[in-house]
Structure formats: structure tokens, C-alpha cells
Design a binder for this molecule. Structure first.
Ligand SMILES: [Fe+2]
Length: 298
């Protein structure tokens, strides 16, 4: 069975491109690149042409997530699997593949309607080393773990689980969180050594995406970024803390689109067998039953 191998890229429509440029470059340390298209910015984290594409638009929303497969054979095989399962896919045109800087892609939607692209062959620019938007102690941790993870909206968690299982991901419920009114059971899916690449069941339902996590390989970058967030007077929605499932030491800041960016360090792989937690290790407003925490945590 063919399986996706990483969360390779994401595309975001943003209302305030200028604010995003500052946020991405001066605060997070991503490299901001531009080309002839005035309403588009490429955010780089490593040797890839880009990991995040920003498109200026009239509202803030996730445009797509890009899940990678290893090569052309897996690309054909996964399309067969999806077709056999009755999942509608549309082959991306050559122009679409060129615009994503990949060899080939197909486009589909998850059961919630979140746009998903399965692709292979990203453009890797080995002659153009990553140049952070501001000094960093270390680098972003990408490699075979992909760019990070996303928490997506899914009102039917079982359907979301089935869909991402068809793409070869594994995972399941990793928290049982008592909010005082109900129990929330978010689902986390992985496809490589990153504990999860896609997750569902928490977050602000106004957006398809409730947070995007990027990970640094040096702990000091988390604290440096945290101080820059405070200096730029951005809203820290969850203060630093450590998650139980991926062991990530991280904090959450509201990005210029209104949903959240998680900046982390120290993530651990998925447990070999399923297990669940009722709270985080420390920090992050540890008790998820707190007044605003049920909306914003992962
Ligand atoms: Fe997260």
C-alpha cells in the first residue's frame, strides 16, 4: 500500500500580506522570498523552494496542504487506492505542478472539505542555502519529518481518521480532555518520525486550520521567538509548556490571520502502540478545562 511520507507544504490565503511578511521573517525567522507575482510570498525553512506559500486575498483561510509520496510509482498507486475507495481526485495540471514547484500532484478534499494535494518531486534548491529572516541559534527541523504539523477542522473525527488512513497515515485519539461540559478526544495522525503531521478535534471552528506548528532544532530559538512575539506585542494564546503526546516544548501565538502558530522544540516520535493523556506535562495553561484552553490546544 502506498503511503504519504510527510507534510511537505501548505498554502495560505491571507488578508494582510505585509503583516504576515513581518511575522514570518522578523518574528519566526522564516526566509521570505518573492517573485514576479506581487500578491505571493514564498516562506522557506530549508533547501526546498518553499514550505509555505502566502497568497494575498480578501479573507484568511487555508488554501491547501501538500502531502508527499516518494516517487512516480507511489503517486500512481495512491491514486488507485483513492479511486478504489471512491475518493474523488483531480489530476493537477502541469501549470499547477509548476506553480507548486513539484513534478506532479493530484487534488482532493478530506471529508470536512479541507483541500489536500498529494504530490511527488519537490524542487530542492541545493545552491540556495536557507537564509533566516533574522538570526537563529539553530535551524528549523524538517528533513524526513516534513515541515511540521497542522491541526485541521473536522466535525466528523471518525471520517477524518478513515480518510487519512487511506493515505497511509496512522494514529488515533491521544487525549481525553474534560472541559467541564464535555470530553474532547482529538485525533493525531503520523506518517514519519514526527509524532503527528495532521491532527483534528481542537481549535477555532471558524478556520479550516486552527494551528500550524514549526519546530526548531535548538531550544534557545523557542525562547528567542517568544521574546520577539512579546516585543512585537502579539497575542500569546498558550504560554510555553510541554505536550504529553509529542513531548513538544512550545508556545502558541496568534498569527496575522487570527488562527495560531505553534513554535516548538524537542518533539518525540509517536508511541509504538496507542495511548492517551488527560493533560499536558507542564505549562500551556496545563489544565485544558481552563477558560479558553479547549479552543486552542493540541
Ligand atoms: Fe500542535
Amino acid at each position: 500500500m502506498a503511503a504519504v511520507t510527510e507534510l511537505g507544504y501548505v498554502g495560505l490565503q491571507v488578508k494582510n500580506l505585509e503583516a504576515w511578511e513581518t511575522f514570518a521573517g522578523a518574528v519566526l525567522g522564516l526566509e521570505v522570498a518573492r517573485d514576479a507575482e506581487p500578491g505571493r510570498r514564498w516562506l522557506r525553512m530549508d533547501y526546498w523552494h518553499h514550505r509555505i506559500a502566502l497568497y494575498a486575498g480578501d479573507h484568511d483561510e487555508l488554501c491547501y496542504i501538500g502531502l508527499r509520496v516518494a516517487g512516480p510509482d507511489e503517486f500512481q498507486e495512491i491514486q488507485r487506492q483513492l479511486s478504489d475507495a471512491g475518493v474523488a481526485c483531480r489530476a493537477g495540471s502541469r501549470e499547477e505542478a509548476l506553480s507548486r514547484h513539484v513534478l506532479e500532484l493530484v487534488r482532493l478534499e478530506d471529508p470536512e472539505g479541507n483541500p489536500v494535494e498529494v504530490f511527488h518531486g519537490p524542487e530542492i534548491q541545493l545552491g540556495r542555502p536557507f537564509y533566516p529572516g533574522r538570526p537563529m541559534h539553530g535551524r528549523f527541523k524538517t528533513g524526513s519529518g516534513g515541515l511540521g504539523h497542522v491541526m485541521l477542522r473536522a466535525r466528523d473525527l471518525a471520517a477524518a481518521y478513515r480518510f487519512y488512513r487511506r493515505l497511509g497515515m496512522r494514529g488515533g485519539i491521544e487525549y481525553r480532555l474534560d472541559t467541564g461540559k464535555r470530553t474532547i478526544e482529538p485525533v493525531f495522525m503520523h506518517c514519519n518520525e514526527r509524532e503527528h503531521s495532521v491532527a483534528f478535534g481542537l481549535g477555532d471552528p471558524r478556520y479550516r486550520i486552527s494551528h500550524l506548528m514549526v519546530e526548531a532544532d535548538n531550544f534557545d530559538d523557542v525562547w528567542l521567538t517568544y521574546e520577539l512575539v512579546l516585543k512585537h506585542e502579539l497575542e500569546v494564546v498558550l504560554p510555553p509548556g510541554r505536550h504529553a503526546n509529542d513531548r513538544m516544548f512550545s508556545f502558541y501565538v496568534r498569527n496575522p490571520s487570527g488562527w495560531l502558530l505553534e513554535y516548538g522544540w524537542g518533539g518525540a516520535p509517536a508511541a509504538a502502540q496507542s495511548e492517551y493523556y488527560t493533560e499536558d506535562i507542564y505549562g500551556h495553561l496545563k489544565n485544558i478545562g481552563g477558560p479558553r484552553s479547549s479552543d486552542d490546544k493540541s
